[in-house]
Structures are given as structure tokens and as C-alpha cells.
Design a protein around this ligand. Structure first.
Ligand SMILES: Nc1ncnc2c1ncn2[C@@H]1O[C@H](COP(=O)(O)OP(=O)(O)OP(=O)(O)O)[C@@H](O)[C@H]1O
Ligand SMILES: [Mg+2]
Length: 242
């Protein structure tokens, strides 16, 4: 499970909160979509969840472990797909994935089995032995996903994962997210593609100006507002006065 308790973040030299008193609880077996306008605080929240940033206030639990108190134990349970592709460019895809598998202590048998399936799903078999510096944007994204799943993390965090993926790969990723959820894990991802959120998520949270302004299943959210789609609701809730 993933639990954020009254989490806030104020960057140094900033007067305002990038994330303001956010409470989120995602249980195993759930896909949670995190949506919000540019600059709303999604990436900041995600970086706190994975332990790259420390909250100014509040706490975060990963499978019952407070990430501020026992970072290593908490991080072992996380798989992360970043929104940027700052990677180890000089490694081949295979070296990169093996490096992560070593860090997480994945057995040779498990890594081979998982790699075979993921490489096949993403059409990355031929590129696996090439240097990452030669990969396209989408190929880097796919090797990121393979690396994030190599230890079958109980909590899988993805920041705008659909960006740059071709339709086949986006479909493969959505299949993987559902499979991961169905095994009882947490899948938490941010997206601007509301149709994807609508189809894929068990629950969504809408963040605006650092505040979680709406949360629930699509039925709950639609029931509470007069909106025929997530897009209508999103636009109504996040409308800025000009
Ligand atoms: N390193 C930083 N230093 C100072 N302010 C930052 C930093 N990173 C982000 N911010 C600010 O924090 C706020 C939230 O940014 P964040 O990147 O979390 O938004 P986001 O919801 O991920 O947006 P996007 O949809 O564009 O990816 C913004 O006002 C941004 O300017
Ligand atoms: Mg972002």
C-alpha cells in the first residue's frame, strides 16, 4: 500500500507550497490516476513518494514503512518510471536492466523470465544489446519500464508514462499496469491523457495548485458533480479565473 499523510512541500526560496496538505491512501490491487494541470504538483508529489525529495511536512508510508525513517526498506518496494529520460546512456539496455536487477537482488532465473516477457511485449529484443544513447525517446521509456518492473515492486509509480509511446507500446504498458494491479500491487501514475485515466483507473485524484481537490472512483466523482466525462469535470474543477 501507499499512504501519504498531510504531505506538503515548499521548495527553497519559494513562498508558496508546491504540494499542500495532500492525503492519499492507495491499497494493493488498485490503479490510482493522479491528474492535474501543468505545475499542479504531480511530479513533486511523486518525487517525495520515491524518496528523492523530502516533504516539508507530513509523512509517506510504502507498504507500512515510513520512507523518512527507513528509506532503504521502503525503496526496495518501489518501481519508478520517471518523466524524464536521464539514464545511463553509455550502458546497453541489457546492462542497465541487469544493473537494476543486481541492486534489487533479483535471481538470474527471475530476471531472465521477466526480461523475456517484457522485451517481447515492447518489441525491444533486437535493441536490448545496443547502447541506450542510440535509443529513441520511446525506446528509452520502454527500457525504463522494463527496469522498473524487474523486481516486481509492490508499489509501481509512473510519472506521465504514456508520453512518446506508440499505440502498440501504450497498449502493452496499459496491459502491464492492469496485470500488476491484478496481482495485488499498487499502481500510481500521473497523466494528462484523461481517456487513459478514465479507462484504466480504479480511482483518480485531481490536484490543482498543490491541493488534492477531488478524489474517488469515476462513478463517485461523476455522481458528485454534473459532468458527463472526466474531461468536463477536470476542466470545471481546474478552471482559473482570468
Ligand atoms: N526544483 C524546483 N524548485 C522550485 N520550484 C519547483 C521545482 N520543481 C517544481 N517547482 C514548482 O513546483 C510546482 C509544481 O511543479 P511540478 O513539477 O510538481 O508540477 P506537475 O504537476 O508535475 O506539472 P507538469 O504537468 O507540467 O509535469 C510548480 O509551481 C513548479 O514551478
Ligand atoms: Mg510533472
Amino acid at each position: 500500500m501507499l499512504k501519504l499523510c498531510s504531505v506538503s512541500k515548499k521548495y527553497a526560496k519559494s513562498d508558496t507550497y508546491a504540494v499542500n496538505d495532500v492525503n492519499i491512501h492507495v491499497k494493493g490491487g488498485e490503479i490510482y490516476g493522479f491528474i492535474g494541470p501543468n505545475g499542479a504538483g504531480k511530479t513533486t508529489t511523486i518525487k517525495m513518494i520515491i524518496g528523492v525529495l523530502s516533504p516539508t511536512e507530513g509523512s509517506i508510508e510504502i507498504n507500512g514503512t515510513d520512507i523518512a525513517k527507513n528509506g532503504n526498506k521502503a525503496k526496495k518496494n518501489i518501481g519508478y518510471v520517471s518523466d524524464s529520460h536521464v539514464m545511463y546512456d553509455m550502458l546497453t539496455g541489457k546492462e542497465y536492466v541487469n544493473f537494476l536487477a543486481d541492486v534489487y537482488g533479483v535471481s538470474a532465473e527471475d530476471r531472465q523470465k521477466r526480461c523475456e516477457k517484457l522485451l517481447e511485449m515492447f518489441g525491444m529484443k533486437d535493441a536490448f544489446n545496443s547502447q541506450i544513447s542510440t535509443y529513441s525517446h520511446g525506446m528509452k521509456q520502454k527500457i525504463n519500464v522494463i527496469g522498473a518492473l524487474i523486481h516486481e515492486p509492490p508499489v509501481w509509480i509512473l510519472d506521465e508514462p504514456m508520453t512518446g509511446l506508440d499505440p502498440q507500446s501504450a497498449h502493452a504498458l496499459k496491459t502491464l499496469m492492469k496485470e500488476h494491479r491484478d496481482k495485488g500491487n499498487v499502481v500510481f501514475f500521473s497523466t494528462h491523457v484523461l481517456e487513459v485515466a478514465e479507462k484504466l483507473c480504479d480511482r483518480v485524484g485531481i490536484i490543482s495548485d498543490g491541493k488534492l481537490i477531488k478524489e474517488g472512483t469515476l462513478e463517485e466523482i461523476a455522481g458528485s458533480e454534473k459532468a458527463s466525462s472526466l474531461e468536463d469535470l477536470f476542466l470545471a474543477l481546474t478552471k482559473k479565473e482570468k
